[in-house]
Design a protein around this ligand. Sequence first.
Ligand code: CAA
Length: 287
Amino acid sequence: MNVEKICVVGAGNMGHQIALCAALAGYRVRCTDTDPRALEKAERFADTYLPERVAKGKLTEEAARQARANLTFTPGLEEAASDADFVIEAIIENLEAKRRLFARLDEICPAHAILATNSSFIVSSRIADVTRRPEKVCNMHFFNPALVMKLVEVVKGPHVADETAAVTVEVAKRMGKVPVVLKKEIYGFLVNRILAAINAEALYLYDMGIASYEDIDNAVVLALGHPMGPFRLMDLTGIDLAYHIGMERYRETGNPADRPSPVVVEKYVRGEWGRKTGKGFYEYGEK
Ligand code: CAA
């Protein structure tokens, strides 16, 4: 199967950069969002990021011009998805919202189109059954910031056709990513399971008053060699995401240990969601 046109649904934290990765790889990309502000922000990002890469000597002017020409932002889901060969969903981490979207995508998209979800933890078998093409629905999970992080997790659930996984791996490679294939579905995949264990311990130490979040971050950076500590990383990926992941997990398992930690709930309620709101654990100048 030849993929030329990609639709990215959701222009938020992940979607806007996934769309750019695809456009830089030469795909014709349509990025859509129900929130016009998110769409505008994503377009503004593309319009500043590409010239900055040229100024830094990381991209030729021609490659930047081509990538920008490959990328369209549109509020209409139908316009964005009706001729797509491959769709990457990057909307809110809410199962019902994803199921509604995939049912609609199934109606809109060409029969050959693969529908991938960038969910951080929801396995695609929980979504695929709302479509008439479950064999073409899979997980394709990028990491934040998607323009920088090389890994992509491709999850081969029991319903996923070999060709779907193979095409998804090829798309990831063409975007310059290193795909890893999970042979079975598991909640949180590889990376977020490992990260969840680190975060749970970091939040426990903080909530118990053992150390400040700055010192816990320093410990992880300076002793374990991570590029950033767990609190700074939560600010990057979004404290709202940490909250939603915890709540979804808790709804599913009923295990109180899966609930988001007190400080995550507090920050979520206050709207201190990290870099995207200008304040999380740390303060950021510009939103
Ligand atoms: N968007 C795009 N590019 C960015 C960026 C951003 N938000 N932040 C940094 N960059 C780019 C810079 O432009 C720079 O590129 P070049 O070297 O090509 O010029 C490069 O990244 C390095 O940037 P900096 O020198 O400014 O900063 P740094 O060296 O501290 O790197 C970082 C920043 C890449 C974010 C690094 O700190 C890092 O790798 N942090 C860990 C990120 C991580 O763990 N991500 C996974 C999160 S888990 C997840 O994503 C799961 C999920 O489901 C949501």
